[in-house]
Ligand binder design. Structure first.
Ligand code: NAD
Length: 249
């Protein structure tokens, strides 16, 4: 009987692998036997995470630069799993959102994902590989004053389904939509927008999810692990919420 969710011998690239959900994903995939490429723009963190994980390497890259992405893939001979996790946020309704900020969020969350996936396709087609995209509840329902962020995550949901239609039997493409997860992403938001009322806003974030707490990065990481395992071979073009009941309400 093979071990469930075994990724022995697989090579996985995780964007945004140096922090939060991405870091937990690097750990979970390594634990299942994969060799992980920790891809991030943050060199010290990427190198530190890779140094801790057996078989891992780091790839310091801004995923939104086409030339750099192309060059990066020239150094990768085989790829079985691509986790498009890197992403940034922005607070503001449509009136508060400047065009340059909207474009910055799209550049990372959509264009970066596009570039990383486009140039991975020859490798993923050769390996019959699997892509997991990190969307968000913000791609499924409206979240107050998250105009740009919701727009980008809606695009991630749509492009996941579109790709599953183009490559139904060749590459699996699925999308995870987390609710609020306790990561440096949320800490950064609290620090930037609610410095003097962090605990009050943290409590509001907990209450926004019927389960009454934030998600943990490992909880998302294990769903990523499932989706890229052999056990999930029937999963194609799925958009899965994992949000403590937020979108069920
Ligand atoms: N934390 C949450 O509440 C939450 C909820 C839903 C969805 N998500 C999504 O999950 C993903 C990971 O979130 P997280 O909370 O772990 O974030 P995080 O901020 O902790 O980590 C994101 C990582 O992405 C890297 N990154 C950012 N821009 C990059 C670029 N241009 N090129 C390469 N790397 C880049 C950062 O350096 C960082 O290490 C994101 O796509 C986010 O939108 C997060």
């Amino acid at each position: 009987m093979p071990t469930p969710f075994d990724l022995e011998g697989r090579i996985a690239l995780v964007t945004g692998g140096a922090s939060g959900i991405g870091e937990a994903t690097c750990r979970a995939l390594t634990g299942a036997g994969a060799r992980v490429i920790v891809c991030d723009v943050d060199r010290p963190r990427a190198e530190a995470v890779a140094a801790e994980l057996p078989g891992a390497s780091s790839l310091v890259l801004d995923i939104s630069g086409e030339a750099a992405v192309k060059t990066a893939y020239q150094g990768i001979a085989r790829l079985d799993i691509l986790v498009n996790n890197a992403g940034i946020g922005l607070v503001g309704n449509i009136e508060e959102t400047a065009l340059a900020d909207l474009q910055r969020v799209f550049r990372v969350n959509v264009e970066g994902l596009f570039l990383m996936t486009k140039y991975a396709m020859p490798l993923l087609l050769a390996s019959h590989g699997s892509i997991v995209n990190l969307g968000s509840v913000g791609g499924l329902v409206g979240v107050k004053r998250r105009f740009a962020y919701c727009a980008t995550k809606g695009a991630v949901v749509a492009l996941t389904r579109q790709m599953a239609v183009d490559y139904p039997t060749h590459v699996r493409v699925n999308c995870i939509c987390p609710g609020t997860v306790d990561s440096p992403f949320v800490e950064g938001y609290l620090e930037k927008y609610h410095k003097h009322e962090k605990e009050k806003v943290r409590a509001e974030l907990n209450q926004r999810q019927p389960i009454g707490r934030l998600g943990r990065p490992e909880e998302i990481a294990h769903l990523v692990l499932y989706l890229c395992s052999r056990e999930a071979e029937f999963m194609q073009g799925s958009v899965i919420s994992i949000d403590g009941g937020w979108t069920a309400a």
